[in-house]
Write a protein that binds this ligand. Structure first.
Ligand code: BEZ
Ligand code: FE
Length: 297
């Protein structure tokens, strides 16, 4: 038998490292842990081998992750941002989405949900003083057969027209968020502000990554929803404003066609569905929400 050539021998040494590391996880007691550890090793080793990663690049990557750690605190989560811009958050959501084509599609949760939002009645004010154009949002919550879901808990949150969530202002304000419950006929409605585009936090290592890739930090204009009801799969989603320029380049890959909604413009002085007559121009969006049953999760 002839000796392997240099590159063949090199490949064998590389594979031997991978096999040895895989072997170290063979006795992992929890089967799911073992599956995850082994797949991580297989894919990470394949990445290093495929890209012929240099030691300088490996060090740069460790430096990048260290910077992600240093900038992360109770209010800033750079690792989730990293997951978001690499599409890992959207892929995890897609893998876990109920296999129910009639249900409203899911999208990213994002870092700006906050517990303790003001509770409002149907037709109430979710803007809570956020700056922006008034916007009336309404729809019906149903199950996949079209039966209204009464009492569904609906959380909504959004940035103001400076592109800032209340928590980013750092002054304790609670604006642009609320919780309400669907009525007996499944209907819901509220006032908020017309969503506008805004950048994800990009003054840290994830922003540097986007710059290096020539990518935009902008998110397409959206309003967040989280909807829960007994026996139903939790829905985390947004509605996006049709016509927004950032839909094809949303920094976190969150846009889905089914979630793009018309925000119809109305002039000042036109009477709104709740009988009020705003003295400024306002917009209106309809969004029916279809919840999947829990067991399709
Ligand atoms: C957001 O929608 O608020 C968001 C989502 C992902 C990363 C940053 C912000
Ligand atoms: Fe958002």
């Amino acid at each position: 038998m002839t000796a392997p050539d240099a590159s063949e021998a090199h490949a064998e040494r590389e594979q031997a490292v991978t096999d040895k590391v895989l072997g170290s996880f063979a006795d992992t007691p929890d089967a799911r842990h073992r599956e995850l550890f082994e797949a991580l090793v297989r894919h990470a080793h394949a990445f290093v081998r495929e890209t012929r990663l240099t030691e300088a690049e490996w060090e740069a990557a460790i430096g990048f992750l260290t910077r992600c750690g240093h900038i992360t605190d109770d209010r800033r989560q750079e690792f989730i941002l990293l997951s978001d811009v690499l599409g890992l958050s959207m892929q995890t959501i897609t893998v876990n989405e109920p296999d129910e084509p009639r249900a409203t599609e899911q999208t990213v949760f994002g870092p700006f949900f906050a517990e303790g939002a003001p509770e409002i009645e149907v037709g109430g004010d979710a803007a809570q003083g956020a700056a922006g154009q008034p916007c009336w949002v309404s729809g019906t919550v149903t199950d996949v057969d079209g039966t209204p879901v009464a009492g569904a808990e609906i959380d909504v949150w959004e940035a103001d027209d400076d592109g800032m969530y209340d928590v980013q202002h750092g002054d304790g304000r609670v604006t642009g968020r609320a919780r309400l419950r669907s009525a007996d006929d499944g209907r819901y409605s509220f006032w908020c502000v017309t969503p506008t585009p805004y950048p994800i936090p990009h003054d840290g290592p994830v922003g540097d990554l986007l710059t290096a890739a020539g990518r935009s930090p902008m998110r397409a204009s959206h309003l967040h929803f989280m909807v829960t009801a007994p026996g139903m799969h939790r829905l985390v989603t947004h509605i996006f404003v049709r016509g927004d320029d950032h839909q094809d380049s949303d920094a976190v890959f969150g846009v889905k066609d089914s979630l793009v909604v018309d925000f119809v413009e109305h002039p000042a002085g036109e009477t709104a569905p709740d009988g009020s007559t705003p003295d400024v121009a306002w917009s209106q969006a309809d969004f029916d929400i279809v919840l999947a049953p829990e067991e399709t999760a």
